[in-house]
Design a protein around this ligand. Structure first.
Ligand code: SAM
Length: 281
């Protein structure tokens, strides 16, 4: 009999992927963690039933989460990644030669350990890279305890339920603002414009309360609900639409992000543009 892993993406929609083997399943202190082998997407990680990452489409999310903010900041040296225990975001961050120090703050150490074991290509920068510093801690508390320390903060959170809930609040974004340097900027994954309009409005509204420049951009991730995903960027000074990408991009190895994608992703369909305008009011 065929075995499928199913994510209940919305109240009325599910995505099922055929599973050939369950590689790992445990209840951590924070969530239900499962790693399966699938013919369609390779190895796939799900937390509390939500698909987080897989070997086939992970590059889209990780490249767009890391390179849009890092190319927007003219000289990023110190970077914080909140969540992101699979390591994909950190792998992209360390492609920037000017980055000197990366803190990864993940609440669930088991996500880090199992990712190292089952997703070596995604977690590649989590072992033996002297620039990368791993902390098993709550990102909400971490951010509240740091001031003027980071040039770029990337919020690579799970869904706004469970341990990730507090990563979507205006109070959290205000603390992110304080933890950034004078010209720092942040980006947060903010879910799907089709199925999570309320999350986007809450996040965009919350970020624009603290940051003078707030921009939403999208990318296509086929295993995330509806396939269309969003990030929201908040910046003190540098606007991603004015970023000087082409020269610095050089021959960086990417599969989705290019200077053209940087600017293209910031062009919004009108219904999403309206969402951001309503949220900012
Ligand atoms: N790419 C993913 C997505 O959008 O589905 C997110 C990947 S990453 C695995 C999300 C991580 O955020 C999880 O490992 C989770 O444990 C972590 N996380 C959730 N709440 C957190 C918090 N308060 N502090 C630090 N990490 C947190």
């Amino acid at each position: 009999m065929d075995l499928y892993l199913t994510e209940q993406q919305t109240d009325n929609q599910r995505l099922s992927v055929r599973v050939t083997k369950t590689l790992h399943h445990e209840k951590t202190d924070f969530q239900d963690l499962v790693i399966v082998e699938t013919p369609q997407w390779g190895r796939l990680l799900a937390l509390d039933g939500f698909f987080q990452t897989n070997e086939v489409d992970e590059f889209v999310y990780h490249e767009m989460g890391a390179h849009v903010p890092l190319f927007t900041h003219p000289d990023p040296k110190r970077v914080l990644v909140v969540g992101g225990g699979d390591g994909g975001m950190v792998r992209e961050v360390v492609k920037h030669p000017g980055v000197e120090h990366v803190d990864l703050v993940e609440i669930d150490g088991r996500v880090i350990e199992t990712s190292k074991q089952y997703f070596p290509d995604i977690a590649v920068a989590l072992t033996g890279n002297p620039k990368v510093h791993i902390h098993v801690a709550d990102g909400i508390k971490w951010v509240a305890e740091h001031e003027a320390e980071y040039d770029v903060i990337i919020i690579d959170s799970s869904e706004p339920v469970g341990p990730g809930e507090g990563l979507f609040t205006p109070e959290f974004y205000a603390n992110v603002f304080k933890a950034l340097t004078g010209d720092g900027l942040m980006v947060a994954q903010t879910e799907s414009p089709w199925s999570n309009a309320a999350v986007i409005k809450r996040a965009f509204g919350g970020i624009s309360k603290s940051f003078p420049i707030t921009r939403l951009y999208t990318c296509a991730v086929p295993t995330y609900p509806t396939g269309l995903w969003s990030f929201t960027l908040g910046s003190k000074k540098h606007d991603p639409v004015d970023a000087d990408v082409a020269e610095r991009f050089g021959d960086m190895k990417t599969r989705y992000y290019t200077p053209g994608m940087h600017f293209g992703a910031l062009q919004l369909p009108r219904f999403i543009q309206q969402m951001t305008e309503e949220a900012a009011r």
